[in-house]
Structure formats: structure tokens, C-alpha cells
Design a protein around this ligand. Structure first.
Ligand code: NAD
Length: 248
């Protein structure tokens, strides 16, 4: 893979799961990788900066700090996200606005703060983390799925607006990935081991997607190797979407 030597990347939600795997991979390929996270405890050589993507002042301050400390910003990975369960009646308006505020407006806030710096980069890229939930019609995931559908649509709109100024925007759509988030859900089941085995069996390739596999797709979309790719949502799901299979 093309290296990221000399480039600066920010990864929201970069202290756990897919974000941590992505920051680690970009760093191993030469980037200064900065995790913007509510809980920014990350191992060296990653850099952690506290930021809440649902708060505009916090985002602006964090992006300003990145550019002040490292002099530039080339790659933005908008990955921070939170979940919600239930049908449309399960969540109050306040809960809908809270999840939208993180999963969708979090992307617009960080990207807006980053744009002036990305315009100066010869290798500018934004990668958003969507989900196959946007496509799959998952039961009991109305709010979460709606936010991820918005992430996919926003990715196309952002790509259209910025590709001519040299900023490529793409997204990944992970299937069920083995991260602390999913670990927490499994741990809340009566028999976590049986639940995990059943979840593995439901995947087309018989296992959960790894965080490293999603990180690899993000790194590809952030690198010049994908220099002619914009407005694409790349599924990383064992074939669930491409094969038109349905999560059960
Ligand atoms: P995770 O819970 O392991 O990590 C999420 C990170 O985001 C945490 O470090 C958390 O502190 C941070 N975060 C949450 N709210 C934040 C905020 N307001 N500001 C800054 N940081 C915040 O989750 P994960 O499984 O790695 O998920 C990462 C992304 O991948 C999310 O957008 C999620 O929707 C998406 N995704 C996950 C899966 C899956 O199966 N794990 C599948 C599809 C999509």
C-alpha cells in the first residue's frame, strides 16, 4: 500500500475498534495519526486529543490543535458513531437528535473544520464510516439505520462538492465487525459464547469482519492508490450486500 509518510490524519472514534485499527494502520504506514475521541487514551505513537464530535466548539478546537501541533491536515476519517435499538417508537425525539448529532452532524462538523486545511493538501481524502445497516432493512434498528443511510448519501454529496478541488470523499460500509461495541452487545446476552457462535454462523464467510479488515479498506480509500475513486461506498461485509443476502 502507498505510504502516508509526512501526512497527518485524524480519525474520529480513533481510540477503540475500527477507529483504533485505522489509526494504527495509518501510523504504521508513516502518517501522524491523531485519534479524536471522547476518551482519547491511545498507545504510542498514536496521538490522542479529546473531542466530542457532537459539539462544534470541541471539534473546531481539536482540529485547530492538530494543525497547530503538526502543521497540516491531509486525511479525515469520520468514524465515531453510536448505536440505538428498536423500531421508530422506541426512541424519543431527543434520542433521535442525539444519535443524528453524533453519526451525521459529527461528519459535517469535522469535515467543515478540516476543509480549509484539506484544500492545501496534495493528498486530501475523507473517508466516512457507514454501515450495511443503511441497505439491509435490519429489524429493530430504525434510528441507527436512518443515520447510516444519511452517511452514505452525505458521502456522495460531499464527493460531488469537493472532488474538483482535489478532495476525494468515500465511505466504507462494514458488516458486523468484531469490536468492543459488538463485544458489549454479546456480553449482555444470557450466553455470550453461544451468541457469538450464532452471529459468526450468520455471516456469509462464517465469521465476524475484523476491525483490521475495515481499517484496510479505509486506508485504501484514504491513499493515492484509490486516486480515481470518489463517491463510493465500499462494503466490507463478507459479501452480505454484494451477494444480496439478508442478515437474519
Ligand atoms: P467502538 O464503540 O468500539 O468505538 C467507537 C469510538 O467512538 C469510541 O472510542 C468512542 O469513545 C468514540 N465516540 C463515541 N461518541 C463520540 C463522540 N461524540 N465524539 C468522539 N468520539 C466518540 O465502535 P466500533 O464498532 O469501532 O464502530 C466504529 C464505527 O463503525 C461507528 O460509526 C459504527 O457505527 C460503525 N460500524 C460498526 C459496526 C460493527 O459491527 N462494529 C458495523 C458497521 C458500522
Amino acid at each position: 500500500m502507498t505510504d502516508f509518510e509526512g501526512l497527518v490524519a485524524v480519525v474520529t472514534g480513533g481510540a477503540s475498534g475500527i477507529g483504533l485499527a485505522t489509526a494504527t494502520l495509518l501510523s504504521s504506514r508513516g502518517a501522524t495519526a491523531v485519534a479524536l475521541d471522547l476518551h482519547p487514551d491511545v498507545p504510542d505513537p498514536l496521538v490522542g486529543i479529546r473531542a466530542d464530535v457532537s459539539d462544534d466548539a470541541s471539534v473546531q478546537a481539536a482540529v485547530d490543535e492538530v494543525v497547530q501541533r503538526f502543521g497540516r491536515l491531509d486525511v479525515v476519517v469520520n468514524n465515531a458513531g453510536i448505536g440505538a435499538q428498536g423500531d421508530i417508537s422506541a426512541n424519543s425525539d431527543e434520542e433521535w437528535l442525539k444519535v443524528l448529532n453524533v453519526n451525521v452532524l459529527g461528519i459535517t462538523r469535522v469535515s467543515r473544520a478540516a476543509l480549509p486545511h484539506l484544500r492545501r493538501s496534495p493528498a486530501a481524502a475523507i473517508v466516512n464510516t457507514g454501515s450495511i445497516a443503511a441497505w439491509a432493512g435490519l429489524p429493530q434498528r430504525a434510528l441507527y439505520s436512518a443515520t447510516k443511510g444519511a452517511v452514505h448519501a452525505l458521502t456522495l454529496a460531499m464527493a460531488a462538492d469537493h472532488v474538483r478541488e482535489g478532495i476525494r470523499v468515500n465511505a466504507v460500509a462494514p458488516g458486523t465487525a468484531d469490536t468492543p461495541w459488538v463485544g458489549r452487545l454479546l456480553d449482555s446476552a444470557p450466553d455470550p459464547a453461544a451468541e457469538r457462535a450464532a452471529l459468526n454462523a450468520r455471516q456469509p464467510h462464517g465469521r465476524l469482519v475484523s476491525a483490521d479488515e475495515v481499517a484496510g479498506a479505509i486506508a485504501y480509500l484514504a491513499s493515492p492508490l484509490s486516486g480515481s475513486t470518489a463517491g463510493t461506498v465500499l462494503a466490507v461485509d463478507g459479501g452480505m450486500h454484494g451477494l444480496r443476502l439478508r442478515p437474519q
